[in-house]
Design a protein around this ligand. Structure first.
Ligand SMILES: [Zn+2]
Length: 69
């Protein structure tokens, strides 16, 4: 167990930190982990944005295919 984290607080809500994620001390809340990820602009967030864009493109292409046939 990591004893050092006992004295740390969540950087977003101020609760007792439970983990160190995306270069930030965060509690167990998924919301706070998400905030840490967004602030970091990590690969996870970037991938997600990229995937959403791809889905949008695919959707548009599907519409075009259907239009042609
Ligand atoms: Zn928190």
């Amino acid at each position: 167990m990591a004893d050092w984290i006992e004295s740390e607080k969540c950087q977003f809500c101020g609760k007792q930190a439970k983990q160190y994620a995306f270069a930030a001390f965060v509690c167990e809340s998924e919301e706070c982990v998400d905030k840490a990820r967004e602030e970091r602009g990590g690969p996870g967030g970037h991938m997600k944005a990229k995937m959403q864009k791809q889905n949008l493109v695919n959707f548009e292409e599907e519409a075009k295919k259907k239009g042609k046939k």
